[in-house]
Design a protein around this ligand. Structure first.
Ligand SMILES: CC(C)(COP(=O)(O)OP(=O)(O)OC[C@H]1O[C@@H](n2cnc3c(N)ncnc32)[C@H](O)[C@@H]1OP(=O)(O)O)[C@@H](O)C(=O)NCCC(=O)NCCS
Length: 148
């Protein structure tokens, strides 16, 4: 059983080092601080030496939680942390009365799509050119939702 902790401004340095290693287009320090300043919730898991190994941020939109960022440190991937985060997120959503969780994922991010499908998310649409890609190119997002 993993213990989840609320993350805040003091954790941005650690989060950024993971973020920059796992994403082709990582969030910047400003993206994280704006998100926290806007009251979005951030949670994570630390290891025994207090290093963050996984984190996510969610934004409440009326009765839905919008998943903004979701990542596991490279050396801790494929150890069940994403599944644990989704389980925690559902419990959190239920406890706070949210009806569903919504997310966008790059069309090419097969690994994340597998994780979300395995957790019961379903594709509900696409957003064309939603993400920046190589050079001037753009990549579509798959929009997924899971009812809580
Ligand atoms: C996507 C990501 C969060 C998955 O994290 P993870 O901790 O490795 O995932 P888990 O170990 O919890 O795997 C959960 C399930 O996903 C599936 N899965 C995991 N890795 C997989 C892979 N390489 N290929 C296919 N399926 C995979 C498995 O079905 C697994 O279920 P299992 O427990 O039965 O094996 C992680 O790879 C990551 O941080 N990627 C970079 C950031 C990112 O893309 N985030 C998503 C943004 S939308």
């Amino acid at each position: 059983m993993h213990e989840f902790v609320r993350l805040g401004f003091a954790d941005i340095d650690q989060i950024l080092s993971i973020e920059e290693a796992v994403y082709s287009h990582p969030w910047s320090r400003g993206n994280f601080s704006d998100s926290l300043m806007n009251g979005h919730d951030a949670f994570g898991i630390r290891n025994e030496v207090q290093e963050i190994i996984a984190y996510f941020l969610v934004m409440p939109v009326v009765d839905e939680l919008h998943l903004l960022n979701f990542a596991v440190r490279s050396e801790n991937q494929k150890q069940g942390y994403a599944s644990a985060m989704l389980k925690f997120m559902h419990a959190y959503a239920k406890e706070h009365g949210y009806a569903s969780i919504l997310l966008e994922v790059r069309r090419s991010n097969y690994r994340a799509i597998e994780v979300y499908l395995g957790d019961g998310f379903q594709e509900i649409g696409r957003r064309k050119g939603y993400y920046p890609a190589e050079g001037d190119a753009r990549e579509d997002a798959i929009v997924m939702r899971r009812i809580c």
